[in-house]
Design a protein. Structure first.
Length: 342
């Protein structure tokens, strides 16, 4: 009998190895689901489609909110520094933080991992981060996809994408229409760089030697704000919110206020973190820093002055919100005063 020369395995795709990873995902996911006491979901892990029972959520006039995002070129540094256990937290955070901008409670998350050559040790560590991100978000991981794509991604490279769904009552949606003149803008500190600006960072690293401390800072996972923000939503203490991602503070805040109002920000009040001060020394202008990075502000709340004290009580000291500006009726959409402190 003539021996066949071509096979999927020889083309670079290892189905048996992929099945081992799927089995690992199934075992870990079922353990997590058991803790959440959702037997309906447990029975459907590993199916062709992911099912989620929403009958326990007694929400009047429910609205589904969905978000999708990735981690961008931060993945390249995870590869370079061989640290894969936190990049999954970033993936979940980038989606969940967008969901809670509208006051939605996260329900479930799905992930997509595309990789040149499947490495079980590496992908298990990535998955560990995704599981932790879902735990921090009080969100269920109910499905996903892992694609081995030789020739599309080089041997060690990979990409991540995520998709999340949340739910909110129609009357409780956080909207820019709730924002009024003289509302206060509160900044919630970031944990670090989060997941934006890494193409510029990678360019800088080509010419810069870095310490182990800087490496750690560069890959510090994105802070997930859902638990604190949703508590405030339940207490009706927020008018609107903004997740500070690509485009920086100004661009993202503008998305959360009506067209007839303006933002007035005192830049000197922003508590810049050490990692941003390190980057500033790499010949980057203040304007470029503000457009590219969060500069220490990961999330913003737009609130009534009378609610500030109550809001602060819901946060740990490290992430306590503080005032950086107000919503006004200026003719210009943006008014920035003073300078960032480096």
């Amino acid at each position: 009998m003539k021996k066949m020369k071509n096979s999927y395995r020889k083309s670079g795709v290892n189905i048996s190895l992929a099945n081992k990873f799927v089995k690992h995902i199934s075992v870990i996911s079922k353990k997590v689901v058991q803790k959440r006491e959702n037997s309906f979901q447990k029975e459907n892990i590993g199916g062709f489609g992911s099912l989620f029972d929403i009958s326990n959520y007694k929400i009047k006039d429910p609205v589904i909110v969905s978000c999708t995002d990735g981690v961008g070129t931060k993945i390249d540094l995870a590869n370079k520094f061989k640290k894969f256990d936190t990049i999954g937290i970033d993936l979940v955070a980038m989606c969940i933080n967008d969901l809670v901008v509208q006051g939605a409670k996260p329900l479930f998350f799905l992930d997509y991992i595309a990789i040149g050559k499947l490495d079980l040790k590496k992908t298990k560590r990535i998955f560990k981060g995704i599981i932790k991100g879902c735990f921090l978000s009080d969100c269920s991981l109910i499905g996903g996809e892992t694609a081995e794509m030789p020739g599309i991604y080089s041997k060690n490279n990979f990409d991540l994408a995520g998709f999340s769904v949340g739910i909110v009552s129609k009357k409780k949606i956080l909207s820019k229409n709730n924002v009024k003149n003289n509302n206060v803008i509160l900044a919630i500190p970031s944990s670090g760089l989060h997941s934006n600006g890494f193409s510029l960072i990678r360019s800088i690293l080509k010419k810069t030697k870095i310490t182990s401390k800087i490496k750690k800072e560069l890959l510090k996972p994105t802070k997930i704000y859902s638990k604190e923000v949703l508590k405030l939503c339940d207490k009706k203490l927020i008018n609107a919110a903004a997740h500070i991602t690509g485009g920086g503070l100004v661009e993202n805040l503008l998305r959360s206020i009506p067209d007839n109002l303006s933002i007035n920000i005192d830049l000197s009040k922003i508590k810049t973190l050490k990692i941003f001060k390190w980057l500033k020394l790499k010949n980057i202008s203040d304007l470029e820093m503000m457009k590219t990075f969060n500069c220490g502000v990961g999330f913003c709340l737009i609130v009534d002055q009378r609610n500030i004290k109550k809001i602060k009580k819901n946060f740990p000291k490290k992430f306590t919100p503080y005032e950086i500006g107000r919503v006004t009726k200026n003719t210009k959409r943006v008014k920035l005063v003073n300078s960032l402190k480096w």
